[in-house]
Design a protein around this ligand. Structure first.
Ligand code: NOJ
Length: 720
């Protein structure tokens, strides 16, 4: 084995420079080529050849430790310089242990849990030989038609910053002497930038937006990730203001490298470099590569354009070799940070085996996150279930293992998912009845078997598990119709004619339109796609073992025509008034959402009042507010602080979340919460991404959702 040593900490720079000086152009080009295994039809024999030829620096989608180590051996022992490989993968919401989808996790408003699930995912994936995850996705998502909202932290920029940062810390940990711990992964913030603004919610579609919106909605989460030390960023597939993000100099140089001071590695999305030609932007392969190198796009994911074109372009002096060196430097720097030059085999089959055993213990965390992700949207006294209740459980997704795994499930297997039906049957409660076939029976001829009707009519309550399947959300899963599928709706209606005490547990990867369902659902629990402990978590909530505390991070529309819909919209010159014709409204439906951002019920009642603002010094305040649990059940509440500017250099949104606290209160307990506010609380960005704070009048609003009671609003004056 060729040994390359002395790589950590302060030696990193000289080590990489010395290695670079020994590399041929071909070896350098190989480093910046990432091979997604599917581009060679999954044929493994090709991979070894590529490695031996020095034509690949990193692989995507090799998830087995044996395979990874075998290829690593070829890289280290059979290539001239023995440079180790990197293995990348989309570890989005777990690796062996499948956690709730990110949208669900964001409804916990619990950064520590969000960090923890990333830490566990990193440990499991690292044991399988993976070094680099393409997560977190920090695309602020305001249009539920876009399938990738499932991978997002919802519609709010501030929350996306918070939860994105928590993920980066969980994946990467704290670097010690510039090195990542063996159990951690390199994180990747994606997709830079504004990918989620796709026109009409269709994936990969055109993005055209003002610099003001880019600066205030889409860039701040990336800034936060960079401040948090994220080592890599992925550019977006889409066109941004007429130029593909992958080759957009203004975006990648002026903003990312200069304004945001990102010095880490930038990777394209899958085949995006080649797609700059399809976009009608690059003339041909050479033009695309030249433009990408000018944008300091370091690694080409799976288009093979760098591999096939760069040498010739350097030879003809169209591209300077020093530009390639910069990209290779950044890639080698990741390999150094992983300690691969000292130990190219970060894991082994034996180590992996010990981690598999740990996954049992990690299910406990999976259940806790799942419980906190659930949002109680409506409750007409049916929940929590009582000990004496006779309850039927039915619905299309009652026992559907796959749907709870959801998009980007890595090695989580459907068999390991606890469905609602399984959780119920494990209870062995004689009062519980599983009506597993009722949905399929009904689908056949729109009727129930006689014994089913008899049973339903005798029960106290019926839990109907509805929603959309896992494959309805994620990449390329845009949808124009977000309502409940007709069969599922008819089924629920038919049950309600026999027994109106219906509790709906909704499983889905995006906000759905539930207006047609609400008349038949006396209680509605949003359960998302919750991962391996879905069934147990849902049952714990239904039974009241856990008091629901989730709060929506995406607005639920009433109608697709309202999309995009989000709480922090701007004022208009003619603000919405339902009854007034010439205001910002529809003539056929209301502007109001079905369920607002920040909303979520509990089995207890909380009061929020007695807001006091004290000025500590110039532009510094303390805001206190009393939160009381009025009921006789312990619970958690998310207290949210919003600001609203009266006027400014730019018009600002009607309200913006700026802080929140998730607190536990036992029955009848009351606490006073204190928020600190200073000048920075009111900061936003101009079109050039310069921070601004306007002096003037602001509203401070506190509540348990984005709809705030008048009594919890106070005006303050920010001075110059
Ligand atoms: C395409 C997706 O847009 C991106 O998020 C993902 O990381 C890559 N494919 C690799 O799987």
């Amino acid at each position: 084995m060729k040994v390359l040593k002395a790589t950590s900490g302060i030696f990193e720079d000289s080590f990489i420079k010395s290695l670079l000086s020994k590399m041929t152009i071909e070896e350098k080009i190989g480093q910046v080529n990432q091979v997604g295994t599917s581009i060679y039809g999954g044929k493994e024999e090709h991979y070894e050849k590529l490695v031996r030829n020095g034509s690949v620096g990193s692989f995507l989608s090799i998830k087995e430790i044996e395979k990874a180590n075998k290829l690593q051996k070829v890289a280290v022992e059979e290539t001239r310089l023995g440079i180790p490989l990197l293995f990348a993968e989309d570890v989005v919401h777990g690796f062996l242990t499948t956690f709730p989808i990110p949208l669900a996790e964001s409804c916990t408003w619990n950064s520590e849990l969000i960090r923890k699930t990333a830490e566990i995912a990193a440990e499991e994936a690292a044991a399988a030989g993976i070094h680099w995850t393409f997560a977190p996705m920090v695309d602020v998502s305001r249009d539920a038609r876009w399938g990738r909202v499932a991978e997002s932290f919802g519609e709010d920029t501030f929350l996306t910053e918070e939860f994105g940062a928590a993920k980066v810390t969980g994946f990467q940990g704290n670097l010690c002497n510039g090195q990542l711990d063996r159990n951690r992964l390199i994180a990747c913030g994606k997709h830079f930038a504004a990918y989620s603004e796709a026109e009409a919610g269709r994936d990969y579609n055109t993005v055209d937006l003002s610099s003001y919106k880019l600066a205030n909605v889409y860039l701040p989460p990336f800034k936060r990730l960079i401040d948090e030390g994220v080592l890599t960023i992925m550019s977006s597939f889409s066109l941004l203001n007429g130029i593909p993000a992958t080759t957009n100099k203004k975006l990648l140089i002026d903003i990312l490298r200069e304004k945001l001071s990102f010095s880490g590695l930038l990777i394209s999305d899958w085949n995006a470099l080649q797609e700059t030609i399809t976009h009608g932007f690059s003339k041909d392969y050479e033009d695309a590569v030249k433009k990408a190198i000018d944008c300091q796009l370091d690694v080409d994911m799976s288009s093979l354009l760098y591999l096939n074109t760069l040498k010739e372009l350097i030879h003809r002096q169209v591209i300077n070799e020093s530009s390639l060196d910069k990209a290779v430097y950044r890639l080698l720097s990741l390999k150094v940070k992983l300690g691969l030059f000292e130990n190219p085999y970060r894991s082994s089959p034996e180590h992996y085996a010990t981690i598999i055993n740990k996954s049992k213990e990690y299910r406990e965390t999976a259940r806790q996150v799942a419980e906190e992700s659930i949002v109680l949207l409506k409750n007409e006294e049916l929940l929590p279930l009582k000990n004496t209740d006779k309850v039927g459980f039915t619905g299309k997704y009652l026992n559907d293992h796959n749907s709870m795994l959801d998009t980007w499930a890595c090695k989580g297997s459907a068999q390991e998912i606890i469905t609602v039906a399984q959780a119920v049957s494990e209870k062995k409660n004689k009062q519980y009845f599983i009506l597993e076939d009722a949905y399929n029976d009904f689908k056949k001829d729109r009727s129930f078997k006689k014994e089913t009707i008899n049973l339903i009519s005798k029960l106290d309550k019926i839990v109907v598990v509805l929603g959309e399947k896992a494959t309805d959300s994620g990449e390329a899963k845009s949808k124009a119709i977000l309502g409940i599928e007709q069969d599922q709706l008819e089924f629920t209606k038919a049950i309600s004619t026999v027994n109106p005490n219906i509790i709906v547990a909704l499983m889905n990867g995006r906000p759905m339109i539930v207006s047609t369902l609400l008349p038949y659902a006396k209680s509605l629990v949003e359960t998302w796609h919750l991962g391996c402990e879905a069934g147990s978590a849902i049952l714990n909530i239904l039974e009241g073992k856990i008091n629901p505390s989730g709060k929506l991070t995406m607005t639920f529309p009433r109608h697709e025509g309202q999309l995009p819909i989000y709480y922090n919209h701007h004022h208009t010159g003619r603000p919405y008034q339902l009854e007034k014709f010439n205001t910002t409204r529809y003539i056929d439906i209301s502007n109001e959402p079905e369920f607002q951002f920040g909303f979520g019920l509990s089995y207890t009642n909380f009061s929020i009042d007695n807001m006091q603002v004290s000025k500590l010094k110039k532009n510094s305040w303390q805001v206190s507010i009393d939160v009381a649990n009025l009921g006789d059940r312990d619970g958690q509440e998310v207290v949210q602080l919003y600001i609203g500017a009266k006027f400014g250099t730019y018009a600002r949104p009607v309200k913006e979340l700026r802080d929140y606290r998730k607190i536990k209160l036992v029955a009848k307990e009351k606490k006073t919460l204190c928020f600190q506010i200073d000048r920075d609380t009111f900061a936003y960005y101009d079109e050039l991404f310069n921070k601004l704070v306007d002096a003037g009048e602001y509203l401070i609003m506190i509540g348990n959702s984005s709809q705030i009671e008048q009594k919890n609003m106070t005006r303050i004056e920010v001075e110059e």
